[in-house]
Design a protein around this ligand. Structure first.
Ligand SMILES: [Zn+2]
Length: 126
Protein backbone atom coordinates (compact mmCIF):
# COMPACT_ATOMS: atom_id res chain seq x y z
CA UNK A 1 0.00 0.00 0.00
CA UNK A 2 1.22 3.43 -0.78
CA UNK A 3 -0.61 6.67 -0.22
CA UNK A 4 0.05 9.95 -1.90
CA UNK A 5 0.98 12.84 0.36
CA UNK A 6 -2.50 14.25 -0.08
CA UNK A 7 -4.11 10.98 0.97
CA UNK A 8 -1.75 10.74 3.88
CA UNK A 9 -2.71 14.20 5.12
CA UNK A 10 -6.41 13.43 4.70
CA UNK A 11 -6.09 10.19 6.60
CA UNK A 12 -4.15 11.86 9.39
CA UNK A 13 -6.83 14.54 9.60
CA UNK A 14 -9.66 12.06 9.96
CA UNK A 15 -7.73 10.11 12.60
CA UNK A 16 -7.08 13.28 14.57
CA UNK A 17 -10.71 14.33 14.32
CA UNK A 18 -11.71 11.01 15.88
CA UNK A 19 -9.66 11.67 18.99
CA UNK A 20 -11.25 12.69 22.28
CA UNK A 21 -8.44 15.19 22.63
CA UNK A 22 -9.21 16.90 19.30
CA UNK A 23 -10.21 20.56 19.76
CA UNK A 24 -10.85 21.80 16.25
CA UNK A 25 -8.73 23.58 13.70
CA UNK A 26 -6.77 26.77 13.53
CA UNK A 27 -6.26 27.24 9.83
CA UNK A 28 -4.30 24.24 8.56
CA UNK A 29 -3.48 23.11 12.05
CA UNK A 30 -5.40 20.57 14.05
CA UNK A 31 -5.43 21.31 17.76
CA UNK A 32 -5.16 18.39 20.15
CA UNK A 33 -4.33 17.95 23.81
CA UNK A 34 -0.60 17.50 24.15
CA UNK A 35 0.42 13.96 25.17
CA UNK A 36 3.84 15.17 26.23
CA UNK A 37 2.97 17.75 28.90
CA UNK A 38 -0.61 16.65 29.54
CA UNK A 39 -1.73 20.08 28.41
CA UNK A 40 -3.49 22.69 30.55
CA UNK A 41 -6.12 22.17 33.23
CA UNK A 42 -8.70 23.71 30.96
CA UNK A 43 -10.03 20.66 29.16
CA UNK A 44 -11.46 22.81 26.41
CA UNK A 45 -8.12 24.11 25.27
CA UNK A 46 -5.38 22.30 23.43
CA UNK A 47 -1.83 23.40 22.82
CA UNK A 48 -0.45 20.83 20.45
CA UNK A 49 -0.86 22.17 16.93
CA UNK A 50 -0.47 19.64 14.15
CA UNK A 51 -0.02 21.04 10.71
CA UNK A 52 -1.83 18.80 8.26
CA UNK A 53 -0.83 20.02 4.85
CA UNK A 54 0.54 17.38 2.46
CA UNK A 55 4.02 18.82 2.26
CA UNK A 56 4.48 19.55 5.91
CA UNK A 57 3.15 17.23 8.58
CA UNK A 58 4.66 18.75 11.68
CA UNK A 59 3.58 19.45 15.24
CA UNK A 60 4.36 21.96 17.93
CA UNK A 61 3.12 22.37 21.49
CA UNK A 62 2.82 25.96 22.60
CA UNK A 63 2.94 24.87 26.20
CA UNK A 64 5.99 22.60 26.42
CA UNK A 65 7.51 23.22 22.98
CA UNK A 66 7.25 19.52 22.13
CA UNK A 67 7.73 19.46 18.39
CA UNK A 68 8.84 17.53 15.35
CA UNK A 69 7.55 15.79 12.30
CA UNK A 70 4.46 13.68 12.58
CA UNK A 71 5.58 10.07 12.82
CA UNK A 72 4.49 6.68 14.10
CA UNK A 73 5.65 7.52 17.62
CA UNK A 74 3.43 10.58 17.80
CA UNK A 75 0.46 8.54 16.60
CA UNK A 76 1.05 6.07 19.42
CA UNK A 77 1.30 8.86 21.97
CA UNK A 78 -1.94 10.34 20.74
CA UNK A 79 -3.61 6.95 20.91
CA UNK A 80 -4.08 6.53 17.18
CA UNK A 81 -3.93 2.82 16.45
CA UNK A 82 -3.34 3.03 12.74
CA UNK A 83 -0.20 1.11 11.96
CA UNK A 84 -0.58 1.51 8.24
CA UNK A 85 -0.61 5.25 8.66
CA UNK A 86 2.49 5.11 10.82
CA UNK A 87 4.27 3.03 8.25
CA UNK A 88 3.21 5.31 5.44
CA UNK A 89 4.46 8.34 7.33
CA UNK A 90 7.79 6.67 7.62
CA UNK A 91 8.08 5.75 3.97
CA UNK A 92 6.44 8.87 2.59
CA UNK A 93 9.55 10.93 3.04
CA UNK A 94 7.68 13.24 5.39
CA UNK A 95 11.06 13.36 7.03
CA UNK A 96 12.55 14.96 3.95
CA UNK A 97 10.68 18.17 4.45
CA UNK A 98 13.77 20.00 5.63
CA UNK A 99 14.72 19.66 2.02
CA UNK A 100 18.40 20.12 2.52
CA UNK A 101 19.73 16.72 3.38
CA UNK A 102 19.19 13.69 1.27
CA UNK A 103 20.35 10.13 1.20
CA UNK A 104 21.54 8.14 4.14
CA UNK A 105 20.92 10.75 6.81
CA UNK A 106 17.25 10.90 5.88
CA UNK A 107 16.04 8.31 8.38
CA UNK A 108 17.64 10.27 11.18
CA UNK A 109 15.47 13.24 10.37
CA UNK A 110 12.14 11.71 11.29
CA UNK A 111 12.73 13.18 14.74
CA UNK A 112 14.52 16.25 15.92
CA UNK A 113 18.03 15.15 16.64
CA UNK A 114 20.40 17.09 18.79
CA UNK A 115 23.99 16.27 18.19
CA UNK A 116 26.41 17.28 20.88
CA UNK A 117 29.65 18.42 19.41
CA UNK A 118 32.82 18.17 21.43
CA UNK A 119 33.96 21.49 22.75
CA UNK A 120 36.33 23.00 20.30
CA UNK A 121 39.96 22.77 21.11
CA UNK A 122 41.56 26.12 21.15
CA UNK A 123 44.95 26.42 19.65
CA UNK A 124 46.75 29.50 20.73
CA UNK A 125 49.54 30.71 18.57
CA UNK A 126 51.74 33.31 20.15
ZN1 LIG B 1 2.93 20.02 25.52
Amino acid sequence: MSLTKEELAERLKSRLEDLDSFRGYAGDEAKVRCPSCGDSENEQSAHLYIKVVPEELVYFCFRCRYSGRVDADLLVQLGIADHDLGRELKSSGNSSYSGKRKGKTLSLLTKPVRIELPKSIEVVIR
